[in-house]
Design a protein around this ligand. Sequence first.
Ligand SMILES: NC(=O)C1=CN([C@@H]2O[C@H](COP(=O)(O)OP(=O)(O)OC[C@H]3O[C@@H](n4cnc5c(N)ncnc54)[C@H](OP(=O)(O)O)[C@@H]3O)[C@@H](O)[C@H]2O)C=CC1
Ligand SMILES: Nc1nc(=O)c2c([nH]1)NC[C@@H]1CN(c3ccc(C(=O)N[C@@H](CCC(=O)O)C(=O)O)cc3)C=[N+]21
Length: 285
Amino acid sequence: MTAHIIDGNALAAKIRAEVSGRTAALKARGIQPALSIILVGEDPASQVYTKHKVNDSTETGLAATLERYPADMTEAALVKRIHELNQDPAVHGILVQLPLPKHLDAQKVIETISPAKDVDGFHVASAGALMVGRPGFWPCTPYGCMKMLESIGYDLRGKNAVVIGRSNIVGKPMAMMLLAKDATVTICHSRTRDLKSFTLNADVVVAAVGKRNVLTADMVKPGAVVIDVGMNRNDEGKLCGDVDFAGVSQVAGWITPVPGGVGPMTRAMLLANTLEAAETATAGQ
Ligand SMILES: NC(=O)C1=CN([C@@H]2O[C@H](COP(=O)(O)OP(=O)(O)OC[C@H]3O[C@@H](n4cnc5c(N)ncnc54)[C@H](OP(=O)(O)O)[C@@H]3O)[C@@H](O)[C@H]2O)C=CC1
Ligand SMILES: Nc1nc(=O)c2c([nH]1)NC[C@@H]1CN(c3ccc(C(=O)N[C@@H](CCC(=O)O)C(=O)O)cc3)C=[N+]21
């Protein structure tokens, strides 16, 4: 068997086109949807990622501002700036790029973002809303994974889903979203004994670990859907996921590639969340 590939680039392009259309409608009402991105420090990967986010936004008609601050910025100064952005009606979304320098408490900083502008979906209020099924912003990476499942018309009801990884920004919200669609969800992590015994029984596997070859062909049920969130570098320095793509694609029914899978979807869902924040903030205006 050779798996069908779920093309994240193509699906992300579709979502961006939808966002562009809705952005044009807002602009026709005199509203410019706007995202503020805060980057603290000089992390090279973060510099690349934030540049991508600004370019994606601009191409879609959203206004994006990248604010860069030195690595020694104090928490008080950062919190003050976020409060200003919270108050600014021209700003609809606020994103603080992670990781933050070690002297800053990332969760505390995120809690200062107004939940109405939390387009990353990392605020505890956003996490709580997802947990209890109330409206709120969903974290972009698991949200993008759900869109990928939706794009193949996959019905999660009663299916066994295994999420590998339990971070607050990927694994845990991913599990909640799958649960909300009536999957039977198992969350595995570094203390899980015999990972393979869980994945072999899974109709859907989401790998969000950050280690190469966490999922290999012998661990996958024939025909399963495999979603690879991981971002790693192989020995040649090439980007690769958590899944042994060459092997697993011989067993799985569907698989997402890295690059060109979940990554572009994460970026597209950020645009969708920002647009939604702008629409909600300006409803009836
Ligand atoms: N494509 C995209 O858009 C994005 C990709 N990523 C990538 O996804 C990956 C995960 O990110 P993130 O959730 O932030 O990472 P974290 O490091 O926060 O979480 C990793 C999780 O994997 C678990 N884990 C570690 N080793 C194993 C193992 N051998 N077997 C099973 N579970 C294990 C950890 O368990 P424990 O809790 O016990 O430590 C932890 O829960 C990274 O590669 C990251 O770069 C992240 C965000 C967006
Ligand atoms: N506040 C915050 N929000 C985030 O969403 C956030 C963050 N901080 N910090 C870092 C992680 C990581 N992340 C990625 C998003 C897209 C790609 C992506 O588009 N990847 C491309 C490849 C890009 C390349 O070539 O390097 C792909 O998979 O095709 C990667 C990684 C978002 N993150």
